[in-house]
Design a protein around this ligand. Structure first.
Ligand code: UD1
Length: 325
């Protein structure tokens, strides 16, 4: 079976995808510096290499065990807010180091590259759902760093090397059977924070960032996608590349259905049965008002068929996972 390298394979989405790849019988190696991931997430069957994904001597060592056919590149800094005041750090880690990883791919004939991109690339959009052809206009350095990698990938496409970028919308929830879910002890995302609040582990009321957006209740709208569906999207992306060059370099991955911050909080309260405290606060820097995905092209071309489009199920799994930690 072909050899797949997963950067960030000890993290939230990376570890779940690793587990799915192992279920399919692939040989999987992981590079992770454990800055946000956890050693607990690494399955016994995967080969784990502690370190930096741009370290060519480490990459050569991994390639030596069996030539790497595909790289799934998850490892990245991912806080929109932090990126607004640590711009250089985001560009160095998310772009410069990825460039070094891609140089390795060119030198060592890696065939396929699947990149974790983000809907944040679209910035402020004036339409209810965004398609892959919607112009990119990121409004924060996190999004800029992702777009720069996408652009670099476009220049590298060849008969020997094919890549695609999956622009995730808001991934959330947990897989209780695999015991994998959000790990961060101090998350910044809404659903992990709401789970902490419902479990009584948040030392302050949950904040609603902005109540004056032009949306149905004044709070931002996002397309929340279940962890299990995003992993399956990666498996479908791999099959798409293995079959031959994809028609698109970038694909949206979301459900096309958005919920406001207030709706998410209400749902978490409902499924947990806990009426945790919430306060309205000012807007957070870098937040677009509304982002939901048009993923029709990805569904059509890869046959990805999401199974868990259910906000209550997403919140309930996140709550149970948090409770079990
Ligand atoms: C962003 C990216 C997403 C990326 C993710 C990784 C955008 C549009 N999306 O998600 O692609 O995968 O970061 O971290 O940039 N909120 C509150 N209170 C809180 C926390 C969040 O009101 O305590 C609100 C935010 O203002 C936002 C919504 O909840 O409107 C979702 O925020 P969050 O969960 O942090 O994700 P994004 O920033 O949308």
């Amino acid at each position: 079976m072909s050899h797949i390298l997963v950067t960030g394979g000890a993290g939230y989405i990376g570890s779940h995808t690793v587990s799915c790849l192992l279920d399919l019988g692939y040989k999987v190696s992981i590079i992770d510096n454990l800055s946000t991931g956890s050693i607990k997430n690494i399955p016994q069957l995967a080969d784990f290499y502690f370190g930096d994904f741009s370290d060519h001597s480490l990459l050569k060592k991994i390639n030596h065990s069996q030539p790497i056919e595909t790289i799934f590149h998850f490892a990245a800094y991912l806080s929109v807010e932090e990126s607004t005041y640590k711009r250089q750090m985001y560009l160095e880690n998310n772009f410069d180091k990825t460039k070094a990883l891609l140089l390795f791919c060119q030198n060592y004939s890696v065939k396929h590259f699947i990149f974790s991109s983000s809907c944040t690339i679209y910035g402020n959009v004036n339409q209810p759902t965004v398609a892959g052809h919607t112009p990119s206009a990121p409004i924060n350095p996190y999004g800029q760093s992702k777009l720069m990698v996408e652009q670099l990938l476009a220049t590298l496409q060849s008969t020997q090397f094919s890549s695609l970028s999956l622009r995730y919308f808001n991934v959330a929830g947990a897989d209780l059977d695999k015991n994998l879910g959000p790990l961060h002890s101090q998350p910044t995302q809404l659903i992990p924070l709401a789970s902490l609040a419902a479990c009584g582990k948040l030392s302050h009321p949950l904040k609603i960032f902005g109540n004056d957006y032009l949306t149905r209740d004044g709070t931002c709208i996002r397309d929340y996608i279940h962890l299990k569906d995003i992993s399956q999207a990666h498996i479908k992306a791999l099959h798409l590349l293995q079959k031959g060059a994809p028609s698109q370099l970038v694909y949206n991955v979301g459900y096309g259905q958005g919920y406001t911050v207030k709706e998410v909080i209400q749902t978490m309260k409902k499924v947990s049965g806990i009426d945790f405290p919430v306060i309205e606060a000012g807007r957070r820097d870098g937040d677009p008002p509304c982002l939901t995905a048009n993923s029709d092209r990805f569904k059509k071309e890869s046959l990805w068929s999401p199974q868990y489009n259910d906000l209550e199920a997403i919140c309930l799994s996140a709550y149970h996972f948090e409770k079990s930690k």
